[in-house]
Design a protein around this ligand. Sequence first.
Ligand SMILES: Cc1cc2nc3c(=O)[nH]c(=O)nc-3n(C[C@H](O)[C@H](O)[C@H](O)COP(=O)(O)OP(=O)(O)OC[C@H]3O[C@@H](n4cnc5c(N)ncnc54)[C@H](O)[C@@H]3O)c2cc1C
Length: 409
Amino acid sequence: MPTLPRRKEDVPTNDVYWHKAQAENKMLNKTYDVVVLGGGPAGLAAAIAIRCKTQASVLVVERQAPGEERLGESCPPETILLLKKLGVAKRFYQAGHETCPGYASVWGRADAGYNDFIVNPLGPSWRLNRKIFDQMLVDRAIECGAQVSWSTRFLDAFQGNDKALTHHLILTAVEDQSPHDKKTIEVQTSFVVDATGFKAHFARTLNIRKEMDDQLFAIVRFADVAAGEGVKQIQLEAVPEGWFYHAQIPGGRVVSMIATEKPSIYQLKRDQFRPFEKAIEKTSFIGPNIRKLSLKEHSYHTCPIHSGYLRKVEDQNWIAIGDAALSFDPIAAQGIYKGLSHGLLAADKVAASFNKEETRFPSFTDQIDRQYEVYQRNRAHVYSLERRWLNSDFWSARNDRINAVVGEA
Ligand SMILES: Cc1cc2nc3c(=O)[nH]c(=O)nc-3n(C[C@H](O)[C@H](O)[C@H](O)COP(=O)(O)OP(=O)(O)OC[C@H]3O[C@@H](n4cnc5c(N)ncnc54)[C@H](O)[C@@H]3O)c2cc1C
């Protein structure tokens, strides 16, 4: 895919705003060696690992304000190996995240099956307190010398005509959203890490497409447990319209979710999510556990779930990582692990280019291709285990679409 440089004149910047933004963002420089777009697990891991391996100056640009709620709390046992490499394993163990003995699922049959982590030499899987986990990564990135610019949105990019192919990145403060008077600042960099999540905002400015092979929608509910004792396992339950997920999370909270097709989402959201509450309470396995709990302070999130990959994930002076490169169905519970591992791989690429080291093989592109193939096969296997409602919209679509993709491979 050609990556034509865009002309600087195409994107207006504003010098007055630049000075205001500098004051608010604790003095952004005009130039950084590396700019990481997105401060999720992938972006922060990349910032930490790049600073550990190189002397490069690193700016992380994050649209959200610090401490906002993020989705995803379940991590496989192997996550600890990545946290060691990032220098945060000790802090992680001390931070009060909870272990999870395994999964209990009603999937493909009416009674529950159990999948325990007891035999895994790396220990149990984890249920994260996301706020503490995210803050741990931010603290580590700053301690390693990266700068984080919160509430700052990446808008656009163009390449200079210099030999080094410098990127010119156009940023704006999130609160400054007036469409007619959007004031911007420009930051220049030799290397961009696109860690902006599944929309891959930077890659889009290069006209690189995302290939999607499935799309679901989720309703996620967080709630505080006012009274009652839940079960420690993560619970999964297939229903004709999709599947439910329920887990206790640290801080006396629970998270409950349905993954389903778009039309069901409209129906479940009505009347302040009452149909969602009724549907989960009616399930045969998760329902009785939820009814034992008294829940308060509900908060709901509705979001699309994309399975797909970016057609091109790297070039000489940029790389796309985490969900920007590959996004998975949460049935895989791999998103955070994938983000952290891509962050480490991005640092290898940056170090190779800044320290003039040999590039490692297999290339990041090859690893991504392989990872997506494995994911597609595993996803097809998991969905093929449920054959009770092959006439329902959800299960027939999963079986047709997903198996077709694997059949083509
Ligand atoms: C409902 C649901 C449940 C999930 N549950 C789990 C789970 O239990 N376990 C698990 O491992 N994974 C789970 N996932 C997947 C997981 O959340 C993602 O895979 C993971 O967060 C990807 O990390 P990332 O850093 O690549 O992207 P993200 O976490 O999406 O981070 C991208 C960041 O970029 C920022 N950003 C975006 N655009 C811009 C811009 N233009 N300018 C500046 N910043 C920008 C965003 O604000 C965001 O902070 C779940 C996903 C969903 C949808």
